[in-house]
Ligand binder design. Structure first.
Ligand code: GLU
Length: 464
């Protein structure tokens, strides 16, 4: 019988939502939505020392920003300890788990001896109960761990949704610690109980967990719990071909939000990192859901491509209404300490500059000149604000002081000034741009000037 599709994302709250986790969340979400199933959020916070509420808040905010709505949760593992303990007790009673009293020193000595003999290091099973075996005497004052009694032989096989069939022999797998000495159960155990209790049918997660899956499958089987299907998504490599990591640049969803990327663009771009639908590069959230059926997931690592993300984002910037952009740009400016009143003016600025911007931060770069002083570079001043153009700038300032303040009127005044001083357009326009906008290149100067308050233009022209 086919199970109802239920997927989950299970981030550990030890930092921001990583791009890799965001992509897994996206795949899990899209898969659930495609099949009319449910998407569950679980916070894996058993690493108490590193888990923080701030990280939880950031993760929730990033999921919300990306529009990955969940149907259930967030469930917190630390609130499920009683349930884990009950299962552990059952397993101890059933003999599928046992106490191990090895001290850290003993384990080190065990590994050293194995290394010396040229063996692969492993737990040697000294506390594993076996028929006819006498266990060592229980030492005093050593808090035990609980280990899972892994089947000693046979293969663990699963048909990975991404990687295809995978087989691992049980002889290669240790008896895993499922409860630490402090009594807190470990990831590989909790994840199984949770996926079981939450009736997860499909587990999408990062490649780094592929080695954990045989243990998890064995635990599922030991509990008589139905197995989910697993799909291990390859890592994302940075521009430099190395695993995407903090040391090499921004890796959190939050960082991209702050840098002025749009959620639709991130969703679109992230989904293509490891999945494809023919040659389609730009598609909507609805199309993604319609197409994301679990096929065409790539087995090989995806390469982060900042330029392509920029291209995708500029597409969505063009699609976004000027009013919506104005709100985002105002927020960008505010972060820089620039107050930009939202309204018609800012909206018109977004309309004027959006076609040349890959991010709302770039759009903020353009609009900042309207709200904060500009500082033209010495080179631009020297190259464009020459003595020859000085008299024309004066004339222009005078004429602008009394003309109608509109794009056509400003264009007419510029034309008159050019004629009066026998100058060519670029000479005057460059000088005006450098002085008023702080840069030598802008869209059509009349359009750019018309969005300034008249006084600001005249003051900047006369500042030479
Ligand atoms: N907490 C794990 C992680 O963040 C979840 C792994 C899983 O999905 O099973 O990597």
């Amino acid at each position: 019988m086919r199970r109802k599709v239920r997927t989950r994302i299970a981030p550990s709250p030890t930092g921001f939502l990583h791009l890799g986790t965001a992509r897994t969340a996206l795949y899990s979400w899209a898969y659930a939505r495609h099949y009319g199933g449910e998407f569950v959020l679980r916070i894996e916070d058993t690493d108490v020392a590193r888990s923080t509420q701030d990280s939880v808040d950031q993760i929730l905010a990033s999921l919300r920003w990306l529009g990955l709505d969940y149907d259930e949760g967030p469930f917190y593992q630390m609130q499920r300890l009683d349930r884990y303990r009950a299962v552990i007790d059952q397993m101890l009673a059933a003999g599928t788990a046992y106490h191990c009293y090895c001290t850290p020193d003993e384990l080190t000595a065990m590994r050293d001896a194995q290394k010396e003999r040229g063996e692969k290091t492993h737990y040697d099973g000294r506390w594993r109960p076996e028929p006819g075996k006498t266990l060592p005497p229980v030492p005093e004052g050593v808090p035990p761990v609980v280990r899972f009694s892994n089947p000693p032989e046979g293969d663990v096989t699963w048909d990975d949704l991404v990687k295809g069939p995978i087989t691992i022999n049980n002889r290669e797998i240790d008896d895993l610690i499922i409860v630490r000495p402090d009594g807190v159960p470990t990831y590989n155990f909790c994840v199984v109980i949770d996926d079981w209790d939450m009736e997860i049918s499909h587990v999408f997660r990062g490649d780094e967990h592929v080695n954990n899956t045989p243990w998890q499958i064995n635990i599922f089987n030991a509990l008589g719990a139905p197995l989910p299907l697993f799909g291990h998504v390859p890592v994302i490599l940075g521009d430099d071909g190395q695993k995407l990591s903090k040391r090499r640049g921004a890796v959190s969803v939050t960082a991209y939000e702050e840098a002025g990327y749009l959620p639709e663009a991130m969703l679109n771009y992230l989904s293509r990192l490891g999945w494809s639908h023919g040659d389609d590069e730009l598609f909507s959230r609805e199309q993604l859901v319609q197409w994301f059926d679990g096929h065409h997931l790539s087995k090989s690592p995806a390469q982060w491509d900042a330029a392509k993300l920029g291209w995708v984002n500029s597409h969505y910037i063009k699609q976004t209404s000027d009013t919506a952009l104005a709100a985002l740009v105002a927020a960008q400016l505010q972060r820089r300490g620039i107050e930009a009143p939202q309204g018609e003016a800012l909206t018109a600025m977004c309309a004027l500059f959006k076609d040349r911007c890959a991010t709302t931060a770039e759009l903020a770069d353009w609009t900042a000149m309207y709200f904060a002083p500009v500082s033209p570079s010495a080179e631009d001043l020297e190259a464009h604000v020459t003595e020859a153009v000085g008299p024309a700038l004066e004339t222009l300032a005078e004429k602008l002081a009394s003309c109608e303040w509109s794009k056509p009127a400003i264009a007419a005044v510029i034309k008159e000034t050019l004629a009066a001083h026998s100058l060519k357009m670029p000479v005057l326009a460059h000088a005006v741009r450098v002085l008023v906008c702080g840069r030598a290149q802008t869209p059509s100067i009349d359009a750019v000037l018309a969005l300034f308050p008249r006084d600001m233009v005249i003051a900047r022209l006369q500042a030479v």
